[in-house]
Design a protein around this ligand. Structure first.
Ligand SMILES: [Zn+2]
Length: 232
């Protein structure tokens, strides 16, 4: 019964704006949504301080973009998405597509896919936050959403691990569930990019399945302590 009740609560649209608490009827009011979209998008290779070496993305990620740094309103929305509120995927996807700018490599991928979550997490939460974001992004871009990846072994929660352990934690932990069309370009969606270890592991699986290029679009870029992204 508890599970059913929670599912119903999850479906209810919040009545207060998450940004300002105003009663606008929706997740974000008309004043707060533009603030989210205007927050400075982050990208690589454009932002050299957030580069390939720092993130360890040499295994084939052609570039990544984030709607902004993981703080303030953006952080609050991501936390809500992860905890309970699936409606937050809509404003986040608006900010993410805005962060894609006018780059066709991000705007017209052959397919949109997402970082898979463990089965246990999907069952306990009722959904995979990355999948919700990917679905919203794919609808906004008009590009097909494909479930291409699955976890091939259990991993520890990356959030609780120091940077140096994150790569080994997820390395080889993802596999493709289908053969991709030759030369396909894939837009891989996740909620937060920190060390890039998960994106790198997923990208490796996609490239092994035939993808030609993988780009990563996330809601927020989080900084490990002491990394240059923290300056923002
Ligand atoms: Zn507001």
């Amino acid at each position: 019964v508890g599970q059913k009740l929670r599912e119903l609560l999850d479906l209810a649209l919040p009545t207060e704006c998450i940004g300002c608490g105003g009663h606008g009827g929706g997740v974000l009011c008309g004043d707060c949504l533009p603030l989210l979209v205007k927050s400075r998008p982050l990208s690589w290779p454009d932002d050299f301080t957030l580069g390939r070496e720092e993130l360890g993305l040499e295994a084939g990620v052609a570039g990544w973009r984030a709607a902004g740094l993981y703080h303030g309103l953006l952080k609050e929305l991501v936390l809500r998405l992860k905890s309970s509120c699936r409606h937050v995927a809509t404003p986040l996807s608006i900010a993410m597509v805005a962060a894609a700018g006018n780059d066709p490599a991000f705007l017209v991928p052959d397919m949109v896919c997402f970082v898979p979550s463990s089965r246990e997490k999907v069952v306990s939460r009722g959904y995979n936050p990355a999948e919700l974001l990917a679905r919203a992004v794919s609808e906004r871009l008009g590009r097909p959403l494909m479930q291409c990846l699955a976890k091939t072994r259990a991993t520890l929660d990356q959030d609780g691990l120091p940077g140096y352990q994150r790569l080994s934690n997820v390395s080889g932990a993802f596999g493709a569930t289908r053969i991709l069309e030759p030369r396909s370009s894939v837009l891989l969606v996740d909620d937060v990019l920190t060390t890039g270890a998960t994106a790198r592991a997923c990208s490796g699986a996609l490239l092994a399945a035939g993808a030609h290029e993988v780009r990563v679009l996330v809601a927020a870029r989080a900084a490990m302590r002491g990394c240059p992204a923290g300056r923002g």
